[in-house]
Design a protein around this ligand. Structure first.
Ligand SMILES: N[C@@H](CCC(=O)N[C@@H](CS)C(=O)NCC(=O)O)C(=O)O
Length: 220
């Protein structure tokens, strides 16, 4: 039943899975894949054999390889149901999934490393333009999420209801990316309050980039 996570300390998609593994109290082996070294270890043939998309994370479990962070998180939830990542009713589950997907499908992919690399190298954009691009798409998504949190959070400390869900496991890594991009969260106070509460929880602290074995010493 060994779990091996192919990860990179700063990968926000891997960060989602690390949060879920920690929430469920699951031990796992971290296999770091440095996304920048030597043109990116995620593009090496040995890794492409695991994940032909050349993206982290990938999770190995019982001899099977799983890819796509949200598919991995839902798999873990089905195999290890406690504590649940999704609420009980179909409508509530759809709302939580919609919040998670707003991040995983509509914010994160626009700002991913390979997209930024293409903006710089392929399209000749300078650093200032790339930063504007990154901040623009996060701000666009966070505006809607802040409204959704206002609608669905019951305690102002979770994206939905009053327990941690899949949406929370997506929000905190995206907030990490937003801070890296120099975005101030002040325009989205409900989202900022939820992130600040979640970051204080042990599972979220254990999963944070600086706590990972491949984080450079200065990062802690
Ligand atoms: N939708 C994928 C996204 C995975 C992804 O984009 N991972 C990034 C790190 S956060 C990556 O591996 N980037 C490498 C690259 O862009 O070359 C998921 O949720 O797993």
């Amino acid at each position: 039943m060994a779990l091996r996570l192919h990860t990179y300390w700063r990968s926000s998609a891997a960060y989602r899975v690390r949060i879920v593994l920690a929430l469920k109290g699951l031990e796992y082996e971290s296999v770091p894949r440095h996304l920048l070294r030597d043109g990116g270890e995620q593009r090496r043939p040995d890794y492409l054999a695991l994940n032909p998309q050349g993206l982290v994370p990938a999770l190995e479990h019982d001899g099977h390889v799983l890819t796509q962070s949200l598919a991995i998180c839902e798999y873990l939830d089905e195999r290890f149901p406690e504590p649940p990542l999704l609420p009980a009713g179909p409508r509530d589950r759809a709302v939580v999934r919609a919040m998670a997907l707003a991040i995983a499908c509509d914010i994160h992919p626009l700002n991913n490393l390979r997209v930024q690399q293409y903006l710089r190298g392929g399209l000749g954009q300078d650093e200032a333009a790339v930063s504007r691009w990154v901040r623009h798409w996060i701000a666009e998504g966070f505006g809607a999420l802040d409204t959704l949190i206002g609608r669905h959070s019951r305690d102002g400390r979770h994206c939905f209801g009053e327990a941690v869900t899949l949406a929370d496991a997506c929000l905190v890594p995206q907030v990490y990316n937003a801070r890296r991009a120099g975005l101030d969260l002040a325009p989205w106070p409900r989202l900022a309050a939820v992130a600040s509460h979640l970051e204080s929880l042990p599972a979220f602290a254990a999963a944070r980039p600086e706590a990972q074995p491949d984080a450079p010493p200065a990062a802690g």
